[in-house]
Design a protein around this ligand. Structure first.
Ligand SMILES: Nc1ncnc2c1ncn2[C@@H]1O[C@H](COP(=O)(O)OP(=O)(O)OP(=O)(O)O)[C@@H](O)[C@H]1O
Ligand SMILES: [Zn+2]
Length: 764
């Protein structure tokens, strides 16, 4: 008999349970086990010894015929669990693609003509021909051992078709001779903007429906070309790197021992740098994982990447895909069939075969930290992977996180700086003083309106960045001062005019705006502040018949919406784009020459330890979309123009911001100088939340060596109620490296609390 400790995958447990098996199994292999009368999937974690022979249950049957994880993946699991105080059962789940929790839906497939079943059956059906489950499982194990059957975890799709490259055969102008359908016209426009595109991308981006005859028709008419190999493969693309780019590439290539922080101003060509370093790795058969913060960026990069690395297999991995697409990509990556994977946060856990390089683009982005479910930081995880596996790691940003700049400063990372843009100078930044300078109306200054006019005349694009979506930030009764708030959350409701709705941007709850105040019955309700909807309607009045685009979560709900909007934005010619954070990320649009930033003050006064970093980073990133090919302009409207952040923006001096911020953090004790634990206690009853928080603080007070850490709280956080739960907050700051001593106390409260270790914000 063999004994194993098995971790229940996806369960809130900190350790595994012992099971036995008459056959030797591998560490990392997934199995089905009976846990308190229910079949669940588990992971063989380690060998174990047992003395209580009769109590130990048998492993029902294996799910994988061999382990898909290696030793370092198991160590990674432990490290992530211990760093983020996360149950190992939940961490284990991150390593696999989403698997239905209904074990009975597992399918059993015949593998040979001698198999006892000749067509696929569900596990549930299989059980029916036995009088008890353990007999059935035993039989199943025997069939598996003798290779008669196999178990299918996920629905397979057998679509192995050769992808074709599609490109326009003529100039856009010439295509106008042809009378084609609306969809065909869309394809033509898309190809003229994006150049050569894979057929499958046209489907996945919703340009053409799968199975449609549009491409065939265009091909017959001689408008497009379909070919199996790319015309612009790596060999055909001439890239001459700038001196700074070349230096960065060289340093990364000769120093594989530590992570590299690629810190280059917006538009400096960081993407070209990591393409260049990926090249030799791919040539030698190594695999590359490229992380981006947003789904929206995957296709932008994919387009650039496919052109450069046309001869390699590349795929996406993100939540915008169906689970069966994710599963397929995951298996291909694990089997070494993919050379390049572009993914969002969760892709960091894919146990890719022969992985030799991880690149994290826009590494400052807070979406690399998972807040929902089990919380973890994908960048820390990448650093662990680098320690455990033989891989290179590159973190890239124009505005790196303070923690990473500190790592570079203390020589734990190499620093590669690129100080100039590839094509042109950094844009000119002007700050408008909203207290003194001339206004056009209460939203826009005169300067902004004039500059928009100039850019439109030049037929250029303009971004008007607005922090919030909706029409107004809140609605107030001007008789009694009542502000409409969410019932479930302690936040004011945003007004959406078109739908005449009040909406909570935290829990998503919506309600009709009543005609009178629920408190005093008065009719004088006023909406205050502005969001994208209002800015757009004001611009429509100011610039009638100009192309306007709105980009925020109200109008963009799906991956496809986003694709369509971005494609529309990229079409050459003038456009005014009004958008939230969504438009700030990594966009490379060449004829964009003005960025207007409205209401940035809102961020500066956030009561958060990370406010300096996140505001400076956000504003520099938005500003960085301007004038990437020819020098552009940025105008910022503010009531506090004297603020240091704005001053540093004028000279694009992120170093200065970083220097100040790090000094402050050192004095006040924030990461990277301490490890910060944010603990939230949630309960539908405010009293119970408070009592539990007090109890936890009391228990923490009993830990030895109180000098090693500091406890702040409990306090009621700024958002005191969220989704119906009252909240209490405790912050622990620790100077130690290892936190097992806190872990043992906090573990006992795991069901009542949520722990965030070094979260990017304390306002979660
Ligand atoms: N060596 C090069 N040869 C030709 N074009 C280049 C080169 N380097 C950069 N570019 C071009 O300069 C523009 C900006 O480069 P890129 O998008 O890589 O910048 P970035 O540093 O990633 O910017 P951001 O941080 O703002 O996303 C792109 O259009 C890119 O194609
Ligand atoms: Zn709410």
């Amino acid at each position: 008999m063999h004994y194993y400790e098995v971790i229940p995958i996806g369960h809130m447990v900190f350790n595994g349970f012992t099971y036995k098996s008459d056959k030797k199994l591998e560490i990392g292999q997934r199995v089905i086990v009976d846990l308190r009368g229910k079949f669940i999937s588990g992971l063989i974690y380690k060998e174990s010894e047992s003395t209580e022979f009769n109590k130990i249950k048998e492993i029902a049957f294996p799910l994988d015929n061999k382990s898909l994880l290696n030793e370092s993946h198991i160590r990674l699991m432990e490290k992530v669990s211990s760093k983020f105080m996360a149950p190992i059962g939940e961490v284990a789940r991150l390593f696999f693609p989403p698997l239905s929790s209904d074990i009975y839906k597992l399918r059993i497939l015949p593998k040979s003509s001698l198999a006892p079943i000749q067509k696929p059956v569900f596990y549930k059906q299989f059980l029916q021909s036995f009088d008890n489950t353990s007999k059935a499982n035993k039989q199943l194990r025997e069939y598996l051992d003798s290779n008669l059957i196999e178990i299918e975890l996920y629905r397979k799709e057998f679509t192995k078709k050769i992808d074709k490259f599609v490109s326009l055969k003529m100039d856009l102008k010439e295509t106008w001779k042809f009378n084609v359908s609306k969809t065909a016209r869309e394809v033509i426009n898309y190809l003229s903007i994006n150049g050569e595109t894979l057929e499958s991308d046209l489907y996945s981006q919703g340009i053409v429906k799968k199975g449609s005859t549009v491409l065939n028709t265009l091909w017959k008419k001689g408008i497009i070309e379909l070919s199996e190999s790319s015309a612009t493969s790596e060999e055909n693309i001439e890239v001459s790197l700038s001196k700074e780019q070349r230096q960065a590439v060289k340093s990364i290539q000769v120093n594989p021992d530590k992570p590299h922080l690629l810190y280059g101003v917006t538009g400096s060509g960081k993407t070209e740098v990591f393409f260049e370093v990926a090249k030799p790795i791919l040539k030698n058969g190594g695999k590359v994982l490229l992380l981006v913060p947003e789904i929206s960026l995957t296709s932008e990069l994919m387009n650039r990447l496919k052109k450069r690395f046309a001869n390699y297999n590349a795929a996406f991995y993100h939540s915008g895909l169906t689970s069966s697409e994710r599963v397929q990509t995951w298996y291909k990556a694990v089997n070494g069939e993919l050379d390049l994977v572009i993914g969002t946060r969760s892709a960091i856990f894919i146990p890719m075969k022969d992985l030799k390089m991880i690149i994290i683009d826009e590494e400052h982005d807070q979406s690399y930290y998972q807040i929902e479910n089990v919380s973890y930081d994908a960048i820390d995880t990448a650093c662990f992977r680098k320690e455990l596996e033989d891989i290179q790691l590159i973190l890239s940003s124009a505005t790196p996180r303070m923690v990473d700049l500190h790592m570079a400063k203390t020589n734990s990372f190499y620093l590669e700086k690129i100080k100039t843009r590839y094509f042109t100078e950094m844009p000119e930044v002007q700050i408008v003083d909203m207290k003194k300078d001339e206004k056009y109306n209460w939203i826009f200054s005169k300067k902004v309106v004039e500059n928009i006019e100039i850019s439109l005349k030049k037929n250029k694009k303009i971004i008007v960045f607005t922090p919030t979506r909706g029409y107004a930030n809140y609605v107030i009764c001007s008789d009694c001062g009542y502000i409409f708030k969410c019932d479930e959350c302690d936040v004011s409701l945003t007004f959406h005019k078109k739908e005449r709705k009040l909406s909570c941007h935290y829990c998503g709850k919506e309600s009709e705006l009543p005609n009178f105040c629920p408190k005093c019955g008065g009719f004088k309700l006023q909406s205050r502040g502005f969001g994208t909807e209002r800015v757009l309607s004001e611009l429509a009045k100011l610039f009638p018949s100009q192309p306007l685009v709105r980009v925020d979560r109200t109008v963009i709900k799906t991956f496809k919406d986003l694709q369509n909007t971005f494609n529309f934005m990229k079409e050459p010619g003038k456009k005014i784009v009004v958008g939230t954070k969504m438009i700030t990320k990594g966009l490379d649009i060449q004829d964009l020459d003005l960025v207007v930033i409205l209401d940035a003050d809102r961020y500066i006064n956030f009561p958060d330890y990370n406010a300096q970093e996140s505001t400076a980073s956000l504003l520099m990133q938005v500003a960085g979309r301007s004038g990437r090919k020819e020098r552009g302009k940025v105008i910022i409207q503010s009531f506090q123009p004297e603020n240091n952040i704005y001053k540093s923006l004028i000279d694009h001096n992120f170093d200065l911001i970083a220097k100040n911020d790090l000094e402050q953090r050192k004095i006040y004790g924030y990461p990277p100088f301490v490890t910060l634990f944010l603990i939230l206690v949630n309960h539908p009853s405010a009293d119970k939340a408070k009592a539990k928080a007090n109890e936890i603080v009391e228990e923490l007070g009993k830990i030895e060596n109180q000098d090693d850490f500091e406890i702040l709280g409990p306090v009621v956080p700024i958002i005191s109620k969220l989704r119906g739960n009252h909240r209490n907050q405790i912050i622990i700051k620790s100077k130690k490296k290892n936190h097992e001593f806190l872990f043992s106390t906090l573990k006992t409260y795991y069901k009542d609390i949520k722990i965030y270790v070094n979260p990017p914000t304390t306002l979660v």
